[in-house]
Design a protein around this ligand. Structure first.
Ligand code: ADP
Ligand code: NA
Length: 333
């Protein structure tokens, strides 16, 4: 049996957004507050460099992401908060997993196909191997649960395939079958300009994304300009069928307010979207602007962030060093 332990990560590739917050960080804080599991949260800088990153920007984005975690309620005493490259066992286990995973498994990953597209010949080898590093991030802690957004489901299945093949090939029960936890009213936050596309750090469309660093006026403006349709709000979730932009706004409202979509619609049924967007903007400003203010304050003291991350890495290595040693032993090294 394995110690109940949660692991999850976010890339420090700049522009921490509302999708990351509602799909991931809110759930990270919930797990920490529940106290049933040890919680480990990670800035995955090794993943970020699978596509080109400016070094100064990467350094800044890593600190900014750390500030985002802290400002959202991650407590570095109760959770282990780390930057991936400072815990070298992640990369060391990833190499072992590169030798366990099969090329065909990686080729089937939809995120690889989306990101590399027709230009796979020119994509980095790291982008292709990304899911094996992600499996190592999780399994170097023997994590039992991984809270993530919907987009990571396939990578979590691959993590289980890698654990199972390792265990089978070496005749051990060493790595756990980690469970993905995809929960909340907003496991898939969509672009404010196109409700059929995921809100993403890489979306360049102006106003498509709410950043956690946005000030109150910017948040309000983006919601007021969000794409909608002319019909009023339906009375229940089924009425959102075929209305992806409206569905997205309602999901965001429900998630920010900690209520179900049906509860929100029961209250707002028949309302015009113009008014609803106004309410949504007010709610989002109330919830998010304290976070952006706190992030800005924390960014004023980068040395303190670096100190916290160094301490997090020390605590993490109490877990990862013994697991890597045992892995090497199993493999014959
Ligand atoms: P991005 O996809 O913006 O580059 P990451 O890959 O670093 O972000 O993902 C960090 C976490 O945020 C993951 O758990 C992912 O599932 C979640 N996430 C990212 N985008 C969204 C979204 N639009 N809606 C819900 N969750 C999301
Ligand atoms: Na993602």
């Amino acid at each position: 049996t394995f110690t109940p332990r949660v692991f999850s990560g976010i890339q420090p590739s700049g522009g921490l957004h509302l999708g990351n917050y509602l799909g991931a960080i809110v759930n990270f804080v919930d797990w920490q507050e529940r106290g049933t599991h040890e919680t480990v949260y990670c800035m995955v800088d090794l993943h970020a460099i699978t596509v080109p990153q400016d070094p100064a920007a990467l350094r800044r984005n890593t600190r900014e992401l750390c500030a985002g975690f802290l400002a959202s309620g991650i407590d570095p005493e109760r959770s282990i908060l780390i930057n991936q490259s400072q815990v070298p066992e992640h990369a060391q286990l990833a190499w072992i997993f590169n030798c366990v995973a099969r090329m065909g498994w990686m080729e089937r990953m939809t995120q690889w196909k989306d990101k590399a597209g027709a230009n796979a010949e020119r994509a980095s080898l790291g982008l292709f191997a990304y899911p094996a590093l992600m499996a190592a991030d999780i399994l170097i802690y023997h994590a039992t649960h991984v809270p993530v957004g919907e987009d990571q489901k396939q990578h979590l299945e691959l993590t289980r395939d890698i654990a199972a093949k390792f265990n089978h090939d070496y005749g051990v029960e060493f790595f756990p079958m980690t469970e993905p936890v995809i929960e909340g009213a907003a496991t898939r936050v969509m672009s404010l300009k196109d409700g059929t596309k995921k809100m993403s750090k890489s979306d360049a469309v102006d106003g498509s994304r709410i950043n956690l660093t946005d000030d109150a006026a910017t948040i309000a403006k983006k919601f007021k300009k969000a794409k909608t349709d002319p019909d009023p709000l339906p009375g229940e979730a089924a009425g959102l069928e075929g209305r992806p932009d409206v569905r997205n706004l309602v999901n965001i409202y429900a998630a920010l307010d900690g209520r179900s979509v049906d509860a929100v619609l029961a209250e707002k049924a028949g309302g015009q979207l113009g008014y609803f967007k106004q309410d949504l903007a007010d709610l989002a400003v109330a919830k998010l602007s304290p976070i952006s203010t706190e992030m800005a304050r924390l960014m004023g003291d980068p040395a303190e962030i670096d100190r916290l991350l160094a301490r997090g890495a020390e605590r993490a290595r109490e877990i990862t060093v013994p697991i890597l040693e045992k892995t090497y032993d199993i493999v014959g090294m």
